[in-house]
Write a protein that binds this ligand. Structure first.
Ligand code: ATP
Ligand code: MG
Length: 572
């Protein structure tokens, strides 16, 4: 590729709406152009990288025997009504009508379509197991599209689905997918971690997310250096920090807290630790009455865990201020368990507190020295809080650490959720109709670009791993359009590197060398050969490594061999 004939549209500044460095750099490098909120055009340079990612994904999917297919983006409402998700998916599902007033949606995912296809086609156990995948454009009307292609509305996903006669077979494919995902992210040069993830209504332990580690990631990854425990924050079980409740020592007392509504304010006023206070949260119960959930003042409620409590309305809904006033007789800042006769569910840590502080169910007052079994009944206990750094891992083998991640992949044992809803069956050996076991496996193909750049950048721009770079090597000549010798050597090198099948670009644009160098830094091209009259006079060129930022002078006759070796060794 010659830069003069390519579409390079780099800029010095990024639009101010870009919050994340990866989003800024992708815009500055001219990889994407915003058309509308969360909707982007992939420019040639960006698409070239998308295609490289897709190639790796395809190779690994094909290697485990998954078959590529392509399903429609526009999907009829009927199959979504059958699965129950026409209602459940909510506003993220972009709906539309055709000329006959029939309902359709733009596919955010393809479980319904693939289940419908398979149930019509696969009849016998002899045709199973089966794994199919596609690389296709999805649309999700995200509440807050942001971070460029990382939380877009329109994006490219690789989604795979597998169908089985039994759970063991599903597990085998699930494990194959898990390994294939590790291969994909390793080949792309990403630092990532597979973590156990929530399986929602399906239950069990059959889901993992693949998280690219990055300080500005939206997700929180829970892990330990002492053991191989890794989970996302939503799922991570929080063990209590002590084994038994200390004996009650204090007597309950009411204290005036006229302006102190939060645990922080009350404990600060009293000069005691935040962890001795409890935070009261009120949700709507299934019977419409309020349910009180309690966590320590220094903890935060895990809404996924709370969402699994059978006493609560789905989806989780905070009780209204009117309901709170009716049942607690006070404002939200002064609620507590003493005297409340509805359902109270407390976190494990709260159950182990003695002499704690809580709201008095009277405006302007809190209670101190409160004890379970003395001042109020022994509560229902559940794991309700988010884990914190330093907690024990659930296996008790290590201490928990937290870091941030970007979810780039998700594998999930769906079991018979969709088969049941959509009647996806096969005939077994005895001619009996049985439900298929099903798995689904997603990769955010376009999100990977953002995640990779978020993880690999410096002051000068992007620092691509080789397999994701738009080009493997760039030839940057000084005065290509003025110096005959420079042009001759640059063309010569270019032809040799191309002959060696390297992905090379010759920057023959008629610009100052400083400008060309800055562009090659911004674009993150792993290797750069700078050709100038001065070093040529000594028979040498400059070879620069974008990642180590080291430069060496190499004999012009040796540079092709050297660069080819470096790149072939690194290609995965
Ligand atoms: P998230 O929690 O980030 O919204 P999700 O759980 O909704 O993700 P899945 O339904 O499992 O995601 O989709 C599979 C993959 O598609 C995700 O792992 C992610 O990499 C990618 N993805 C999901 N939503 C988006 C989006 N809005 N923009 C870009 N990629 C996305
Ligand atoms: Mg989502």
């Amino acid at each position: 590729m010659r830069a003069s004939q390519y579409y390079i549209a780099t800029t010095k500044e990024a639009p101010s709406e870009a919050e994340l460095i990866s989003h800024k750099l992708m815009l500055r490098a001219g990889m994407i152009k915003r058309l509308s909120s969360g909707i982007y055009t992939w420019m040639p340079l960006g698409l070239k990288i998308v295609r490289k990612v897709e190639k790796v994904v395809r190779e690994e999917m094909n290697a485990i025997g998954a078959l590529e297919m392509l399903m429609p983006a526009v999907q009829p409402a009927e199959i979504w009504q059958e699965s129950g998700r026409w209602e459940f998916y909510g506003k993220e599902l972009l709906r539309m009508k055709d000329r006959h007033e029939r309902d359709f949606c733009l596919g955010p995912t393809h479980e319904e379509v693939v289940a419908d296809t398979i149930r019509k086609d696969i009849k016998s156990y002899k045709q199973l197991p089966l794994a199919v995948y596609q690389i296709q454009t999805k649309f999700r009307d995200e509440v807050r599209p942001r971070f460029g292609v990382m939380r877009a509305r329109e994006f490219v996903m690789k989604d795979a689905y597998s169908f089985h006669t039994n759970f063991e077979s599903l597990l085998a494919t699930y494990n194959d997918m898990y390994s294939a995902y590790c291969n994909i992210f390793n080949r792309l040069g990403l630092k990532f971690r597979p973590v156990a993830a929530d399986t929602g209504s399906i239950g069990g332990t059959g889901s993992h997310e693949f998280q690219v580690l990055a300080d500005r990631g939206e997700d929180i990854v829970v892990y330990s250096d002492e053991c191989d425990y890794a989970a996302n924050l939503e799922l991570a079980e929080a063990l209590p920090s002590r084994s038994a409740r200390p004996a009650a020592a204090a007597k309950m007392a009411k204290i005036a807290t006229p302006t102190q509504k939060t645990c922080e304010e009350v404990t600060q006023m009293l000069g005691v630790e935040l962890a001795t206070s409890i935070k009261s949260l009120v949700f709507e119960g299934i019977d419409g009455k309020p349910v009180l959930l309690l966590v320590r003042g220094n903890d935060s409620l895990n809404e996924i865990k709370a969402g699994k409590l059978s006493a609560l309305k789905q989806p989780l809904t905070f009780a209204s201020n009117e309901a709170i006033l009716e049942h607690f007789n006070c404002q939200p800042g002064f609620i507590g368990p003493v005297g409340f006769n509805g359902i109270t569910i407390v976190d494990r840590e709260v159950a182990l507190l003695a002499d704690f502080i809580c709201g008095a169910n009277q405006d302007g007052y809190h209670l101190t020295g409160v004890n379970w079994g003395v001042d109020c009944a022994e509560p229902q206990v559940a794991d309700l809080r988010n884990v914190q750094e330093g907690d024990c891992t659930p296996d008790g083998k290590g201490k928990i650490k937290l870091c941030r991640g970007i979810e780039v992949g998700h594998v999930f044992q769906l079991r018979t959720k969709y088969s049941e809803a959509m009647n996806v069956t096969y005939l077994d050996q005895n001619g009996k109709s049985q439900l298929m076991e099903m798995g689904c496996y997603g990769i955010g193909v376009t999100r990977i670009l953002g995640a990779c750049i978020e993880q690999n950048n410096d002051d000068n721009g992007i620092v691509f791993p080789l397999n994701m770079a738009p080009f493997e090597v760039i030839i940057t000549p000084a005065n290509y359009n003025k110096s005959e010798v420079v042009k001759l050597e640059a063309d010569n090198l270019y032809n040799h590197l191309r002959a060696n099948q390297l992905d090379v670009i010759l920057d023959d644009r008629n610009e100052r060398i400083g400008f060309l160098l800055a562009d090659s830094e911004l674009l993150g091209i792993p290797y750069r050969i700078v050709i100038g009259e001065k070093t040529l006079a000594e028979g040498k060129v400059e070879l620069y490594n974008r990642r180590s930022r080291e430069t060496e002078l190499v004999e012009i006759d040796l540079v092709v061999k050297k660069v080819t070796e470096l790149i072939l060794n690194e290609r995965k």
